[in-house]
Design a protein around this ligand. Structure first.
Ligand SMILES: [Zn+2]
Ligand SMILES: [Zn+2]
Length: 384
């Protein structure tokens, strides 16, 4: 892999740039190369990862000082091929997901990293397999409390006929004549800065360094076959619509002994007829008859944990919000804690009355002559 570019160069700022200059340059570039604005453009995605990596270092005073002194060497094996995956670290707020062990949740901002990490130029070294993306739809309640799901996913698997080497059984691969088995070819080109040397994957063998004379009939020499499989996943309580759930090692097989890619599951959550959700909090509306609002009494409230009776005070105004602590959604970032459920009580005024009810209300109205049912401040005239 070619040497890493200078972080200042990546962001297009001088070595003496202020924090504000760096932030400004980063925002501009991040917007320009954001995968949402460049769908399917892998070079933009790679550039975006590079910009993020540079910004993580240059926006941190300590890291920047280290980088100024030691360059990329300041960050250990920084010149390796894992820049895509490394780009996750240091994003604010995402350190707290450690509770999920090997699996991760990503907001939709991280969509572009699906398949990342394997975009580095091919070589003979071990490479992580591609990530496989799939989608699952779950109910509102399943998102709140978590659910076990079985997914049917079709993905690349090692060919069972040839065991992955792409050769007809009984034959063996030969060394690629173009690259001599190295898997890489070196190009030289002229630029303003002199001769530039660029290393690319060998076009003939695709980086494997091998040449297959007798191709395997099972995979036509690719070493892979499409396989449909069922994968059980356990979606954690508290996941939100549009988030990705990553199951490590359930993607496509790696190359040359590399680990498998990941399965990235886009979670789609159905809406609920009663409950609305905002993060860990639940919102709902309960209608109460105007008589109950005036007299007080018990009101039936539906919650995620079942229904119960809530006592309302006499003289409860419409729009009163009842907060049910800990009846919201489990917090993905903090196990064992739940958000709240906010119930808005809306006073329901009847639209049709029978003769008896009308009579009763007229009698009530007469008792109120000269008085406001809302207290002393309001004048009678306002209600006629
Ligand atoms: Zn095969
Ligand atoms: Zn080759």
């Amino acid at each position: 892999m070619a040497d890493k570019r200078d972080y200042y160069e990546v962001l297009g700022v001088s070595k003496t740039a202020s924090d504000d200059d760096i932030k400004h340059a980063y925002r501009k570039l991040a917007k320009q190369y954001h995968p949402d604005n460049n769908p399917g453009d892998e070079s933009a995605a790679a550039k975006f990862a590079e910009i993020n990596e540079a910004y993580q270092v240059l926006s941190d005073k300590d890291k920047r000082a280290q980088y100024d002194q030691f360059g990329h060497a300041a960050f250990g094996s920084g010149a390796g091929a894992g820049a895509g995956a490394g780009g996750f670290d240091g994003f604010g707020g995402f350190g707290g997901f450690g509770g999920f062990g090997a699996d991760d949740i990503f907001g939709s901002v991280f969509d572009m990293f699906t398949g990342g990490g394997s975009r580095a130029s091919r070589s003979n070294g071990p490479q992580k397999g591609e990530s496989v993306e799939t989608e699952v739809r779950i109910t509102f309640e399943q998102a709140v409390f978590g659910v076990e799901k079985e997914l049917n996913v079709t993905m690349k698997e090692t060919c069972k006929v040839c065991g992955g080497n792409g050769c007809k059984p009984g034959t063996a691969p030969k060394i690629c004549p173009k690259c001599g088995g190295k898997g890489q070819v070196v190009y030289h080109s002229q630029s303003l800065f002199g001769t530039v040397q660029q290393v690319s994957a060998c076009p003939d063998c695709g980086g494997t360094g091998q040449f297959i004379e007798n191709k395997c009939p099972g995979c036509r020499g690719t070493g892979y076959q499409a396989e449909r499989k069922t994968i059980s996943i356990s979606i954690p309580a508290g996941i939100e619509d549009g988030q990705y759930y990553r199951i490590r090692g359930k993607g496509e097989p790696g190359r040359n002994g590399g680990e498998r890619g990941d399965l990235m599951v886009l979670v789609r959550v159905s809406t609920h007829p009663v409950f609305k959700r905002d993060g860990v909090n639940i919102f709902s509306e309960v209608k109460i008859p105007f008589t109950k609002a005036a007299l007080g009494g018990k009101v039936h409230i539906q919650t995620l944990d079942g229904d119960f009776e809530q006592e309302v005070k006499a003289g409860t105004p419409t729009g009163t919000v009842v907060r049910l602590r800990g009846k919201g959604v489990p917090n993905l970032r903090s196990r064992g804690t739940r958000g709240d459920h906010f119930v808005t009580l809306t006073v329901d005024v009847p639209t049709s009355l029978n003769a008896e009810q009308r009579e009763a209300l007229r009698a009530f109205e007469e008792t109120m002559e000269g008085k406001s049912p809302y207290g002393e401040r309001k004048k009678k005239g306002l209600f006629h």
